[in-house]
Design a protein around this ligand. Structure first.
Ligand code: GDP
Ligand code: MG
Length: 843
């Protein structure tokens, strides 16, 4: 288990200030240089001009909107473009003072004194003052973590900064950049965890995103995290980063597994060949992390090329391609405007790869036509000479380079124990044509069985605890609205929900275990074909399973789906997955109307209806609502790992937390609102049921009764539905109150016993039906039919407020949230009405 190193500490909120750029200095102002950003070629040129950290620079002439700007540095006059000066970080006198003031108030006065004291040499003191601050600034290193999915970037990020970002044995977990800070050897690191990518082509949003970050955010150092157990493929990305001429340190991660397997590689030699320090690491144990950060500092401070481990190499693509690159590069070099942002070699390679984004960028240049003509010629030549299109030829050349480097670094995969061998063996069984599905179904069954059976015990305890709390408060408080609010409203409402927490945690424990061990990826893989038939992707499968616990974390889990279209449709159909909040109402109604031997069947039928409708809706949505083609993407099958208990505990808790949040927020508020609507207007002399009928909520129920006449729901059932808009758990407790002056129905979580209160409820409902004019002989059957329609409606209609809010948050618009609310309710109405009306034909 990872123990955090003492040297690295989390320091948030610091370094929040915007860094000042040289371009912001006005005529006559001075500053001290902190660092030069941008790619290596640019930095080298600028540094050669004398822009070195700690040097003072003065603006001789900076006319707004006028290029270039004239500077004085080390006694020389030089001119730079605005766009170039934008990549030089400085500290001005004023800024230095502000920084110092922010540091410690009292220190400031002593500095001011120093400056004032030294009035015979004020300029020197001023310079020193700025230089000190510049040096402090210089000790802040911006580090970006780049690597393939699942190589351990987030693990490093968490380990170094003490954050708790989600790590997962499942691709796509990191979808946007997260930042945190770490400190080591007097330096501060601003870490950015980027999405995992296999390459830097313009195919997927992740790849474009990472590229954009690297060019626009200009990190000082990139830590390229490499899954050493898959060295060859991981180094491919490294070669592309080299093309970008980025300062880099490689973490040869998962070294523990590699050693176990018996692989041999000379990391030092490999580093020399690539011109990048390569540090064996294991982010599980923390092995190599100190050295890694040490190398980051060294690379940051070291002049390029002084040591073979810190140099910029050119991957040799063979002479045809290299000629093409040189030819294109020559024309690019004439374009002064792009040279500070991009390495021309990188752009030339990308052009040869027919990279669409770069083509677009180039096409805006004045010489675009000529450059593209040269590219086409070069590509044509490559094709003639290698027989491949230039894109493939470049890829082959890179793999050739890697292969060569690995042989030279004495790379040998071990024969001792192959973790992949185990994986292959397990995969042969788990994804077997005939065995795969039974195993899968068995595991899902096991998961639900454990959830409901094991969950029963803690559920009973919590239930008893909530009851005790209510009674205690009840016994010790004077009668009145406050007591009623506390006991019936808050404790009753929230208590009905909190009892499900253990079940949800158990369910999420299983899901986390399956995800972290790598099984979920296989399950998704197996479901992929089925999911495609629904217009979705295999990755949609996991959120859908999670939906049985609680829709809210499930909506968030759709983040793992790369395709926007699949993701959206998955969110839209998620409410059809019957979450555990719907259980109490199922239990109550099923217990009331169905004989004991049919109860499980009825319950299962509800889940099945939800799933079938989800499939149908998904087909409809992908066909008519969210159109467009899905971009294909790889379903990775990461090696099986036995997950750490700590990780599983954390992941289980993270998902459960969403549920608790929902309880503390929306459910609490909804409970109070429902309670108020029930309690007011209040008349003490009425019985509880009469009170309900004349209360606001009773009035609402009466008002909407006509809407539900096709389903034969009376006003009491309608009131339950209205209350359930906040959270479906509330349906049960509301009904309990309305029908029998007894609100303990919500606490019931087992339908195995024929309790007396069920027969009472049964009687009430059947009586209501008789009173509404149905002939007594068929009242029983009609009541059962109504009950089942009611269950269907509860299953399908408006998902709770928290789910709607989550959809809004994840899609970024109210449009889809409201659409979900609308279509689910409409669908619920239609299906339940159809069911009742058709059912009536048979009675
Ligand atoms: P990311 O996709 O690059 O962010 O990768 P993660 O940090 O999410 O890690 C992917 C998986 O690899 C997780 O299950 C980690 O626990 C595991 N992992 C990360 N580093 C190591 C390591 O050094 N050794 C081993 N054996 N597993 C690791
Ligand atoms: Mg990650």
């Amino acid at each position: 288990m990872a123990t955090r190193l003492p040297f690295i500490s989390c320091i948030f909120a610091k370094n929040k200030q915007n860094k000042m750029k040289l371009s912001a200095l006005k005529t006559g102002e001075k500053g001290v240089i902190v660092k030069v950003l941008g790619h290596g070629g640019f930095r080298k040129r600028i540094i050669e001009m004398g822009f070195i950290k700690g040097k003072e620079i003065e603006v001789l002439l900076n006319a707004p909107l006028k290029d270039p700007v004239k500077y004085k540095i080390m006694g020389y006059e030089v001119s730079l473009r605005h766009s170039e000066a934008d990549l030089i970080e400085i500290v001005s006198l004023e800024e230095a003072k502000n920084l110092r003031a922010a540091d410690v108030e009292e220190k400031l006065s002593c500095i001011e004194d120093n400056i004032n004291d030294a009035d015979e040499k004020p300029l020197q003191a001023e310079h020193q003052f700025m230089a000190e601050e510049a040096d402090k600034r210089h000790r802040i290193i911006n580090v970006a973590l780049v690597g393939n999915p699942n190589c351990g970037k987030t693990s490093l990020f968490n380990y170094a900064s003490g954050s708790h970002e989600r790590v997962g044995n499942y691709s796509g977990v990191t979808v946007d950049a997260k930042t945190a800070h770490a400190e080591f050897e007097g330096y501060t690191f601003n870490l950015v965890d980027l999405p995992g990518t296999y390459s830097l082509s313009a195919y997927s949003p992740e790849e474009l995103y990472v590229r954009k970050q690297l060019v626009e955010k200009t990190p000082d150092i990139v830590i390229n995290v490499i899954d050493t157990s898959n060295l060859e493929r991981n180094l491919y990305l490294t070669t592309q980063l080299i093309d970008m001429h980025i300062r880099m340190v490689c973490a040869l991660n998962m070294y523990d597994e590699v050693e176990k397997r018996g692989d041999i590689v000379n990391a030092d030699k490999l580093g020399e060949l690539f011109g990048i320090p390569m540090v064996p690491t294991s982010f599980h144990s923390g092995m190599g992390v100190e050295e890694l950060f040490h190398e980051v500092i060294k690379t940051y401070e070291m002049q390029e090329g002084v040591d073979p481990h810190y140099r910029h190499i050119h991957i040799n693509h063979g002479h045809e391609i290299e000629n093409g690159i040189a030819d294109i590069q020559e024309h690019l070099k004439a374009e002064d405007n792009l040279r500070h942002r991009y390495s021309t070699r990188y752009l030339a390679i990308k052009l040869l790869e027919k990279d669409r984004e770069v083509e677009q960028y180039i096409s805006q240049l004045p010489d675009a036509e000529e450059i593209l003509t040269h590219r086409n010629e070069a590509a044509e030549r490559v094709k003639e000479e290698t027989g491949d299109d230039s894109e493939t030829a470049i890829m082959d050349a890179k793999y050739g380079f890697i292969h060569g480097a690995l042989s030279e670094a004495a790379y040998e995969t071990g024969k001792k124990k192959d973790t992949y061998q185990m994986t292959h063996l397990l995969d042969a069984i788990i994804t077997h044509k005939y065995l795969g599905f039974p195993i899968f179904l068995f595991l899902i069954w096991l998961m639900f069985e454990a959830t409901f059976v094991l969950g029963q015990y803690p559920m009973d305890w919590i239930d008893a605890g909530v009851a005790w709390l209510g009674e205690t408060i009840s016994a010790n408080m004077a009668e009145g609205p406050i007591k009623a609010l506390l006991v019936d409203g808050i404790i009753g409402g929230v208590g009905a929900v909190i009892v499900f927490l253990p079940q949800i945690l158990i369910l999420y424990f299983f899901i986390s275990f399956m995800e972290d061990s790598g099984y979920m990826a296989r399950a998704a893989f197996m479901m992929d074909r089925l999911m495609h038939k629904m217009g979705l992707h295999g990755k949609s499968f996991i959120p859908l399973i999670m939906g049985f616990g609680c829709n809210v974390p499930a909506i968030m889990a759709t983040r793992t789906i790369e395709s926007r279209r699949s993701r959206l449709v998955t969110m839209l159909i998620l409410p059809m997955m019957s979450c555990s909040a719907r259980l109490p109402i199922y239990i109550m109604i099923i217990g009331t109307f169905f004989a004991i031997q049919y109860r499980s069947l009825v319950m299962a039928s509800l889940y099945a209806i939800g799933i079938v409708l989800a499939i149908i809706m998904s087909k409809l949505f992908t066909k008519f609502v969210v159109k467009g083609e899905d971009t294909p993407f790889v379903m990775e099958l990461p090696p099986y790992r036995f997950p750490t208990w700590k990780a599983i505990g954390r992941h289980t808790w993270e998902k459960g937390k969403q549920y608790l949040k929902k309880m503390g927020g929306i459910i609490l508020v909804a409970s109070i609102i429902v309670w108020c609507l029930e309690y007011f207007p209040h008349q003490d002399k009425l019985s509880r049921m009469q009170q309900e009928e004349q209360s606001y909520i009773g009035q609402i129920g009466h008002a909407i009764e006509p809407i539900f006449s096709p389903q034969n729901f009376n006003w009491k059932l309608d009131v339950g539905l209205v209350a359930g808009v906040g959270a479906k758990e509330i349906v049960a407790s509301t009904m309990g109150v309305l029908y029998s002056d007894d609100d303990s129905f919500a606490d019931d979580d087992s339908y195995s016993g024929d309790s007396e209160k069920y027969s009472k409820l049964h009687q009430h409902i059947v009586n209501d039906i008789k009173n509404s004019g149905t002939s007594p002989e068929i009242a029983e059957s009609v009541a059962s039919l109504t009950a089942y329609s009611y269950l269907i409606f509860v299953l399908l209609y408006f998902p709770c407020l928290a789910t709607i809010a989550a959809i809004k948050a994840e899609t970024g618009s109210w449009k889809w949230a409201l659409f979900t609310a609308g279509y689910t309710t409409g669908l619920a109405w239609i299906i339940s009405a159809l069911f009742f009306q058709i059912g009536m034909l048979f009675i």
